[in-house]
Write a protein that binds this ligand. Structure first.
Ligand SMILES: C[C@](O)(CO)[C@H](O)COP(=O)(O)OP(=O)(O)OC[C@H]1O[C@@H](n2ccc(N)nc2=O)[C@H](O)[C@@H]1O
Ligand SMILES: Nc1ncnc2c1ncn2[C@@H]1O[C@H](COP(=O)(O)OP(=O)(O)OP(=O)(O)O)[C@@H](O)[C@H]1O
Length: 269
């Protein structure tokens, strides 16, 4: 059985307050995008894990796919599996790729072993893996609060917009990025801004991480500036970086502007 875990972008990200447990309450809109890994499972005499594509800088037992398998095995019986992960989503990118792999593994095992676990319960299991993980269970555009795990549906479609996503050759640590930001309540709720036309987002919608990540990594800021100069209607860093995306009204061919970077260009469905 095979599935294709996709990445996400954050449309706006307000870091509202630090919580007693060290995490932060945030406001963000998660939007799924069609940059995808491939994840395959087959029944086997013993569990094994093979990773191809972009090499993940984590040992097998720390791979979020294996963490997901252990999490589901805590309460359910799962057969021994041969697992294959083809990695195409860059990591350290703010694209939630590892979280997507874990969430899709939960969904795949649920289907494969006929466990009949509800989406609500899968989201609960996903929340034990990482803050970004629960979103990928339903994988629909949502306004998220809490630590990024409390969802409200948003009626938002970017179908027809062209996405240019660039990941410079630098990785940003999510924990370090959160530690650099002074939390504050936004003047205007992101929930209102997201309903306004994309052409107004540039002046209204912010990612609070940019204020500290850009000075530390000028290469990331430069990507955003280049995307606007190339005609983006809206551009922003995703999550804690280092990827930056631009939304364009028509097809883009911007690869040559960004040497040494991962670049993905395509239309959103
Ligand atoms: C930046 C975002 O990608 C935006 O969607 C997420 O908030 C990060 O989600 P994630 O990578 O799944 O995060 P986790 O793996 O759960 O946490 C990594 C570290 O980020 C910090 N963290 C994460 C989420 C959050 N709401 N507040 C935090 O302070 C914590 O220090 C934590 O130890
Ligand atoms: N299957 C996986 N794919 C990618 N990274 C993984 C995976 N399993 C474990 N990791 C570890 O998790 C780290 C973060 O991966 P992830 O793809 O979630 O990054 P990210 O896009 O920056 O996430 P976020 O949006 O949460 O900041 C990697 O540096 C890697 O060490």
């Amino acid at each position: 059985m095979i599935c294709f875990p996709n990445a996400k972008i954050n449309l706006g990200l307000n870091i509202v307050e630090k919580r007693p447990d060290g995490y932060h309450n945030i406001e963000t809109v998660f939007y799924p995008i069609p940059i995808k890994d491939a994840l395959e499972i087959t029944e086997a005499p013993a569990t094994s894990f093979t990773q191809t594509g972009i090499p993940v800088d984590a040992p097998v037992e720390k791979n979020l796919v294996m963490k997901a398998l252990r999490a589901i095995k805590q309460n359910y019986t799962v057969p021994e599996l041969q697992i294959g992960l083809l990695k195409a989503i860059p990591f350290g990118a703010g694209l939630g790729g590892g979280s997507a792999d874990a969430a899709f593994m939960l969904k795949l095992v649920n289907q494969f072993a006929h466990l009949q676990i509800s989406d609500d319960e899968l989201e609960r299991i996903a929340s034990t893996i990482g803050a970004d993980c629960p979103f990928f269970i339903r994988n629909q555009p949502v306004f998220a609060t809490g630590i990024g795990n409390v969802f409200q549906p948003v009626r938002l479609s970017l179908a027809g917009w062209h996405l240019c996503l660039v990941k410079p050759d630098v990785a940003v640590s999510t924990a370090a990025a959160y530690a650099q930001v002074k939390p504050s309540r936004p003047a205007v709720s992101l929930c209102e801004i997201i309903n306004r036309p994309v052409s107004e987002w540039k002046d209204l919608m912010v990612n609070d991480f940019e204020g500290s990540v850009f000075p530390a990594f000028p290469a990331i800021q430069s990507v955003k500036e280049k995307l606007y100069a190339a005609g983006a209607v809206y551009a922003s860093m995703s999550g804690s970086g280092s990827s930056v995306f631009g939304l364009f009204p028509s097809e883009t061919h911007l690869k040559s502007l960004f040497p040494h970077c991962f670049v993905w260009e395509g239309e959103l469905a």
